[in-house]
Ligand binder design. Structure first.
Ligand code: FE2
Ligand code: FE2
Length: 189
């Protein structure tokens, strides 16, 4: 099943393309521009690939901070776990490792949600119910995706990873940040 090109695929493509370039020089000679153009294209493949690969990884930014250190630390850990899962996909570590990374991510997501909800509950946060509903809907969606992935060999985790990245950042920047002022005003940082 084709998942993503990955590093191994890129190396194979480059070796094949370099053979083509060498043949081009052999047939057309060093003065013909075409093999040179091909060589420049081949040389740029790793840069283009890295640019696309970087998009698949999340990077913590200070602007993601919700102003509460414990929650920021949880969010950073979640970002790391999503990236860890992406790494296992990119490097074809096998379904067993992917499943392990996925389980770890789901477990920590639950741990974080519980911790966040408890903190908000202790501080009589007004929008707690709506916030809890978002967490619940997310867990249900992700558990369904995990079940489909584990039970169906044709289901990859790539779309789920995209959903995870987008949901986490949107949730932190939207719903989570709404509690910053309330908690900060109570001296919680
Ligand atoms: Fe949240
Ligand atoms: Fe959160």
């Amino acid at each position: 099943m084709f998942k993503s090109i990955g590093t191994f695929g890129i190396v194979l493509i480059m070796i094949t393309a370099l053979i083509g370039v060498a043949l081009g020089f052999g047939i057309m000679g060093m003065n013909h521009p075409l093999p040179w153009v091909m060589l420049i294209i081949v040389a740029s493949i790793p840069f283009i690939h890295n640019k696309f690969a970087a998009k698949r990884y999340l990077k913590w930014k200070d602007e993601y901070s919700v102003g509460v250190e414990a929650m920021d630390n949880d969010h950073k850990k979640l970002i790391n776990l999503i990236n860890q899962l992406q790494t296992s996909v990119d490097y074809y570590t096998g379904k067993e490792f992917e499943e392990k990374a996925l389980d770890e991510l789901v477990d920590y997501t639950k741990t974080h949600f519980k911790r966040e909800e408890t903190l908000l509950e202790e501080n009589a946060y007004d929008d707690l119910d709506a916030h809890k509903l978002q967490h619940k809907a997310f867990i249900e969606k992700i558990e369904l995706a995990v079940e489909q992935y584990k039970n169906n060999a044709d289901v990859t985790i790539i779309d789920t990873l995209k959903f995870l990245r987008e949901w986490l950042i949107n949730h932190i920047n939207g719903t989570d940040k709404q509690y910053s002022k309330v908690l900060n005003a109570k001296g919680i940082h």
